[in-house]
Write a protein that binds this ligand. Sequence first.
Ligand code: MOS
Length: 740
Amino acid sequence: MTDKIQAKIIGAAKPRIDGPKKLSGQAMYAADHHLPNMAYAYGVFSTVASGTIDNIDLSAAKKMAGVIDIFHHDHFPDLYRTPSSFAQQNKVDETRLPFEDNKVYYPGQFVALVVADTFANARAAAYRVKVDYSADAEPIATLEQAMARGDKPKPAESANHSRGNPDSAYESSANKLDATYVTPMETHNPMEMHASTAHWENGDLVLYEASQGVIFARNVMAKVFGLAPERVDVRAPFIGSGFGSKLWIWPHAIAAAAASREIGRPVQLVVPRKEMFTTVGHRPPTHQHIRIGADDNGKLTALTQDSINTTSMINTYVENTGSCTKSLYDCENLRVSHATIGANHGTPTSMRAPGAAPGLFALESAMDEMAEQLNMDPLEFRKVNYTERDQSMDLPFSSIHLKEAFDQGAEKFGWAKRNHEVGSMRDGNDVIGWGMAACNWEALKMACDARVSLRADGTAFASSATQDIGTGTYTIVAQAVSAITGIPLDKIEVELGDSSYPSGSLSGGSWATATTLPAIAGAARAAIEELKGYAVAEGAAFAGAKAEDLTFEDGKLSSADGKSVDYTEILKSQKLANADGEAHTPGAPTGEYSFRSFGAHFVEVRWDAGISRLRVSRVVSAIDVGQIINAKTSANQVEGAVAMGIGMALFEATEYDEGSGLPVNNNYAEYLVPVHADQPPDVDVVLLDYPDYKFNEFGARGIGEIGVTGLAAAVANAVHHATGKRIRELPIRLEDLMSA
Ligand code: MOS
């Protein structure tokens, strides 16, 4: 059993310690590095969805100013096509190497790379590269096209789960719902574009990369270029977010590093915003067929969710929509199944709450529909089916406070005042709709290394090769050091985002907090142990005492007889600059508990039918993610997730033309995301804050993703309550709501 860390700094609402660096422009992002003698690369991207390259005419481009070299499938070094493995920490969603051959699998695929002395010259020349294609007449642009063509979906067995007899139980259920829910392709658009600044020195690679996982990136680059991992250093001290798009290495990084090695100069490559929609992943579209059976008391008797998503023609990516469904409610007869079908898109990837975000749109919409059919309060229907046991794993949840989330959320929102009749609540011209949904996410924890130094100048230093993607990791690492040592936050320096640091975790899966903090705490304790050793050495303040009899608190070492000495004095007396500690912590314990986070969203929409205006006017989100480490950054995560959920509900869809197979809205103007006017003035985040010490000594389960799950369903349910229209396909468009 681990200690429980209950220092006051844990849970405090501390501002981000890296904030001043970002505000003052000192934070260096991947494309901020302009190295001596650096060249700039600009891609040429496929303008057909599928086909082959017949000819690349470089004559005009080569005459352009500043051009150094132009790479393409006939002029590119042979590299190693690494297999993708999460366990080996070299996962990559698109395994095809850039310029591998003359095949085109998706629009926006790299087909050439121009390297020139300046960014402007590289881009100007790239525009002059003329590529002739033989294009397929019938590219697959959408999930509907793929299904209509009759291609056989590929089952995704590893994500599937079945228990009881779901089909026969459904058939004999007293109440049945059978509905299909459709979610669109969505594309992550972090403000910072993907970028690589590559530099070779004596055969070693240094890569400044916009990355959510420097260790994974290092491992992949080492494999691709045939190097020992120590000879690759991937740096990402600051990221302008990622939402999952920066978890793995994409073709641009390999192209930049190869080009740099070929021309013998540093090379910088920024992925243009247009190609941010094509070459660096997306959330694939899904069709989800749900069937729910319930008895007359509202008890679930059967639940099935059969899902299909598009993947690329190159790799298989499964959108695991049933990941929450299989354990969220008590149901003996249940099946979730997944399958993929090829389309001419780049390979999909994880996008914030992969699987769960589209999956809970479907499940939590269906739960609302069934509650309506049963004439039950949708909140009550969920409570009837509440469970504290993960039936898919046959294990109890380590800690579950979903009931409190339901109750506290409902209380804050005023749910008891809901008139369940559709269209019955009005305010002037607005019809008001109230909807709710549960949210859910797995809690994961990986192995992690960290190092902490206590320095003679009164400061401390902590490092691990994880990243801060804007979520506050720098700050919570400093809080963890402070919790163990008592050293104040402003004296703690944190270094993250460099693969040469002790091996740390991806900033993904909501696991960075639960993974990193125990390793940091362990390293801080190890540093204190080393310090105690110095303290009892000959000539030191506690010479002759036993190290294990000393205690360390608030930066002071004390002995039982009341003597107390500041740790800096110990180090100075030994002429040492610092005491160091390192730690390795394992992944989450297995076999006894299912670790998951829970919550509930309550949403109010206002619909003015006269002018077809729909607004989300109020959101209350009650979230149960274990111990909150930083009340400010945690609430920020949920507020941001609510914005993203509103985007999913009402705006976001990456569209492809079904004739040409080309992207339609691959830009910030036409890919709609919520702006300030779309954001409710009132987003109320309730953080339940029940520590989960079965998971780790901090009791924290992580908060990055859960807020985006369920939100779109809560909006759709509120829209139904206001308008009577049941929208099963996202995004909900105004034209869906206009009465015939
Ligand atoms: Mo998240 S989709 O694991 O960055």
